[in-house]
Design a protein around this ligand. Structure first.
Ligand code: BEZ
Ligand code: FE
Length: 285
């Protein structure tokens, strides 16, 4: 029997329309989405004005998107959805380096630099030597791993946020490990910064009484043949925003030491090993 739409049977009324030709995964996702959306609307007893506001908010979020800016991903980030999807899709055994959010400021094809070279091109900030090894879970060095790194500058901006002000590729580079799996490069000790907050997501944060700041971090992606790609950061331990990162990216295992260095080339040293899992280990966790 056809279920007409009623408040009590809203979910069934919508979900019974899914046709037999629908892809099973899409049917599962759409069914669950409708069930949770309706439950949410009923839970808060959404008013007409609130519904209109939500439609306007989502419209403005879409209108904020350009080639350079993805406000919907930012919305996902501040609602913890990006980190949840990442956690579900990157379950790893204990001891393996954990993932965190990629963020919008990664640029592909950064210059490949020689080990030990600096990525800081604007002469700003306190220099830091980043070093460590890329290892397999059983402790073997990984040769030919590519470590792609990027950070903000001492003013809290990525180079792509300040074209014409910062040199191109400032605080970015790629490094390829040799047989010992070691990496070393000079960057700056990064600083905390606000995520872009001049759009609807910033308004949402402000209305919720939340700040837009991320604790200071260095971004890394580590790739190597036959190993799962690591997309992560290392965080500066004493940062004031460590406990309330605007996008929930902090994990205890990613808080790295930043210590004073006895080195004329850098004021700080941060040592961190990346532990990679085999590509086929994903299903086994
Ligand atoms: C970042 O760390 O670059 C970032 C991550 C999520 C949202 C905005 C920025
Ligand atoms: Fe960042």
């Amino acid at each position: 029997m056809v279920q007409f739409f009623t408040e009590a049977h809203s979910t069934e009324a919508v979900n019974q329309r899914v046709g037999a030709s629908c892809d099973p995964r899409l049917a599962r996702i759409a069914e669950s989405l409708v069930r949770h959306l309706h439950a949410f609307v009923k839970d808060v007893e959404l008013t007409q004005a609130e519904w209109e506001f939500a439609i306007d908010f989502l419209t403005r979020t879409g209108q904020m998107c350009t080639e350079e800016r993805q406000e919907f991903i930012l919305l996902s980030d501040v609602l913890g959805v990006s980190m949840l999807v990442d956690a579900i899709n990157n379950r790893r055994p204990a001891g393996a380096t954990e993932n965190t959010v990629l963020g919008p400021f990664h640029v592909a094809e950064a210059p490949i630099r020689a080990m030990g070279e600096t990525i800081s091109l604007d002469g700003k900030g306190e220099l830091c030597r980043y070093e460590g090894r890329v290892l397999s879970l059983d402790g073997m060095p990984i040769e030919g791993a590519c470590i792609d790194v990027w950070s903000d500058n001492a003013d809290g901006f990525y180079d792509v946020q300040q074209p014409g002000i910062q040199p191109k590729w400032n605080n970015r580079g790629r490094f390829i490990t040799g047989g010992d799996g070691r990496y070393v490069f000079i960057g700056i000790k990064p600083v905390s910064y606000p995520i872009p907050d001049d759009g609807p997501v910033g308004q949402l944060l402000s209305a919720l009484g939340r700040h837009p700041y991320r604790p200071a971090h260095m971004h890394f992606t580590v790739t190597a043949p036959k190993f799962q790609t690591i997309v992560t950061h290392t965080f500066v331990g004493e940062d004031r925003y460590l406990a309330d990162d605007a996008v929930f990216g902090v994990k205890q295992t990613l808080v790295a030491p930043f210590e004073r260095a006895d080195d004329p080339a850098a004021l700080w040293v941060s040592t961190f090993d990346f532990i990679m899992t085999n590509d086929d280990a994903r299903e086994a966790v």
